[in-house]
Design a protein around this ligand. Structure first.
Ligand SMILES: [Zn+2]
Length: 359
């Protein structure tokens, strides 16, 4: 019977709220809050914690978290993330920044708790266009390869029942601010910007996925904070959804295409910073790398990129549904209907990459 005994109801509420509270020990270091990995292990029900080596590892039945002391690399089930701040050791404790726990580990391990908006529309954003060619290889321009991938992805996503909008569907120049405004006219949508990379060195290769840096953390490609890192961005309203979408997308890309896995990174690109919907920017390989430029020039490779993008969207949609216990960082998104990978001879596609501690 309802409302029979307010005292008992109050007591029950107290007990319940006590049951869900968790006693975190916060350590201040460099003016930032840090939390011990052994408590993180307990909170997320990892059954094993190896915290004695410089490669701290937490493992459970279906989940493995591995980092490096003084490193910003973190692997969740083999998927590479770039942390906002390095994991540190203070005394006998290995610590992770509170920012990384709340803005990365939590939304990726418990995406259903984000309460993200359902996804009906996908805004695809092929980078560059018109006079802005983007990066170049001897086989073609970034602007053309990006558009081709977007058109292929559109076809697949429409087949899965999504509305699909393109910021450009032909070889025209569209300013970045206009692309963001276009994204903001679409409710219940996610934004996927498609690019290819250029590196100063020929040996830079592989896939990376960017999403917006939370307020107060450096971009992944910067080692130090700057004042601009504290400027508020509208895109930060979607921090939880952003990292969940990036994980789903990157997981699908790496599963389909293989390495090198350059990781899920943070940046403040205009098209990520100024949008009201969750967004990612995919770098589908390096046009300056001898191997990557060959595969990017192949329609089969661009089709795989498109398939991974559509697979990533569906994985994200499923993961944010309330009550869905899925962990979003998986390297096993390869489903029976999608058995293709870029190089079937490459057994390493399924191997767990090992973290390298930064020097
Ligand atoms: Zn680009």
């Amino acid at each position: 019977m309802l409302g029979c005994c307010p005292v008992a109801a109050g007591l029950l509420f107290l007990l319940l709220s006590r049951a869900v509270a968790f006693d975190w020990t916060i350590t201040k270091f460099d003016n930032r809050d840090y939390l011990p990995l052994d408590q993180i292990a307990r909170f997320y029900s990892f059954t094993q914690a190896d915290l004695t080596s410089d490669i701290p590892t937490l493992s459970g039945a279906t989940l493995r978290l591995q980092g490096g002391v003084n490193s910003r690399e973190l692997y969740l089930n083999g998927l590479k993330f770039i942390l906002s701040f390095p994991i540190i050791r203070v005394g006998d404790k290995v610590l992770m920044s509170r920012m990384d726990l709340s803005k990365l580990v939590e939304p990726v391990l418990r995406p259903a708790k984000i309460r993200g908006s359902p996804v009906h529309t996908i805004v695809l954003d092929p980078g560059h266009g018109g006079f802005d060619q983007g990066a170049q290889s001897q086989f073609g321009s970034e602007k053309d390869f990006a558009l081709d991938v977007a058109l292929r992805a559109r076809q697949l996503l429409v087949r899965f029942g999504y509305n699909v909008r393109l910021t450009r569907a032909s070889d025209v120049f569209v300013p970045l601010e206009e692309r963001a405004m276009y994204a903001n006219s679409e409710p219940a949508a996610v934004f996927i910007s498609i690019h290819f990379n250029a590196g100063a060195r020929e040996d830079a290769s592989g896939i990376e996925t960017y999403t917006l840096a939370p307020r107060g953390v450096p971009s992944s490609n910067d080692d130090f904070l700057s004042l601009a890192d504290f400027r508020p961005c509208v895109g930060n309203l979607r921090d939880g959804e952003n990292i969940a979408l990036a994980s789903a997308m990157h997981s699908a890309l790496i599963t389909r295409i293989g390495g090198p896995d350059r990781g899920i990174k943070r940046a403040r690109f205009v098209v990520l910073r100024d949008i009201l919907i969750p967004g990612v920017l995919v770098e589908g390989g390096f046009l300056t790398s001898p191997q990557d430029q060959l595969r990017i020039a192949t329609p089969a490779y661009r089709q795989l990129l498109a398939e991974a993008i559509s697979q990533g969207v569906r994985a994200y949609s499923r993961a944010i549904e309330r009550g869905n216990p899925d962990v979003i960082a998986k390297r096993d998104y390869l489903t029976p209907e999608s058995p293709k990978i870029w190089d079937p001879a490459n057994q390493n596609v399924y191997a767990l990459p090992e973290p390298k501690a930064q020097q």
